[in-house]
Design a binder for this molecule. Structure first.
Ligand code: ADP
Length: 318
């Protein structure tokens, strides 16, 4: 994958976990971020202020209020597959301890943007990124970023649950073992905590040696969430995590998202608008690779500022 040019730097950027020591440097003031935008194509960046979350009916960005301290900053970010636009000129900040939904018609770039955040698109040879995508102060497209480290800090849950063909225990312990945790007692504690956090512990605690593949689809998806949590990520990306699940399993995942929100930055792609409305604090509407509107979920769904958003949420297209 072609990456944007980087200026040489003195130290390797390190993505670290949550917590005071783990906080990553914010290495770019907003003025720097603005510089990345070609002047001829300047579009008003869509930003959400921290104070917006206190308002009930007007979550739109640029009201002059201070920004939240975003965990993810997308600054004029574009991703192309050869000559095909995946997403183009996406400028938005994503706040911590919340769920942000990305909605839009099929092919509008939702998955492309999500997968750009932990560089899953690197697997596509024709993919080429432009602009900046910063997670916890580090531009993830900096060529010195360690991808294993990045994906431990920016976990991902896919449409179809994809447990490893291993035991429940070994699925969860996989990432921590890679991180060098070896002591049995430490691993047991971690596995239990992650399974509890993913609301699966009570169902599997007596069967940790059982193959993960023997679990139901909904349980497998919660196991995959527990596995993602095991590396202590800051960000959890979810790409249509309920699309392969029945309504009961879907309800449990949605409930789980609500429980995880206070501790993580969750970004969820969904084409289910009711789901976006139920689980997210903020919603971004994409269309034809562009970010059309971004604001508090309630505002986007009840009082959209853009006609295209209104047409989409009222079912006139998509
Ligand atoms: P969505 O998730 O909203 O359905 P995608 O991000 O999958 O949209 O796709 C956005 C655009 O990028 C579409 O035009 C799609 O055809 C194209 N695209 C996605 N993945 C690839 C790929 N691996 N190779 C080439 N084009 C792709």
């Amino acid at each position: 994958m072609t990456q944007p040019e980087q200026s040489p730097a003195e130290t390797e950027p390190v993505l670290q976990g949550p917590g005071p020591e783990g906080e990553l440097r914010r290495d770019e003031p907003s003025a720097d971020r603005a510089r990345g935008r070609p002047s001829g194509e300047a579009r008003k960046p869509i930003r959400v202020s921290a104070s917006a979350s206190l308002k009930e009916d007007d979550g739109d960005a640029d009201d002059g209020a201070p920004l939240c301290d975003p965990v993810i900053v997308s600054d004029a970010f574009s991703l192309y597959y050869g000559s095909t636009v995946g997403v183009e000129d996406i400028t938005m900040d994503i706040c911590p301890c919340s769920a942000t939904a990305i909605i839009g018609p099929s092919g509008c770039g939702k998955s492309t943007f999500l997968r750009s955040i932990n560089r899953m698109n690197d697997l596509v040879p024709s993919a080429r990124a432009e602009g900046r995508l910063v997670v916890s102060g580090v531009n993830v497209y900096d060529k010195r970023v360690n991808l294993v480290n990045l994906r431990q800090q920016v976990g991902m849950v896919f449409q179809r649950p994809n447990p490893f063909p291993k035991s429940i225990f070994d699925n969860i312990a996989f990432g921590p073992r890679l991180q060098g945790i070896r002591r049995r007692g430490d691993l047991e504690e971690l596995v239990e905590q992650c399974l509890r956090d993913a609301a699966l512990w009570d169902e599997v605690k007596d069967d940790l040696r059982k193959s993960a593949l023997a679990l139901s689809g909904g349980q497998q998806q919660r196991l995959c969430i527990a596995r993602a949590l095991a590396t202590r990520p800051r960000v959890l990306l979810m790409d249509e995590p309920c699309s392969a699940l029945d309504p009961i399993a879907t309800g449990r995942i949605e409930e789980l998202i609500g429980q995880l929100k206070p501790d993580y930055t969750i970004v969820i792609v969904t084409h289910n608008m009711q789901q976006a409305a139920r689980v997210s604090d903020r919603t971004a509407f994409f269309c034809l690779g562009k970010l059309i509107e971004y604001g508090l979920t309630r505002q986007v769904f009840t009082n959209p500022h853009e006609e295209e958003t209104e047409n989409y949420i009222t079912g006139r297209f998509g």
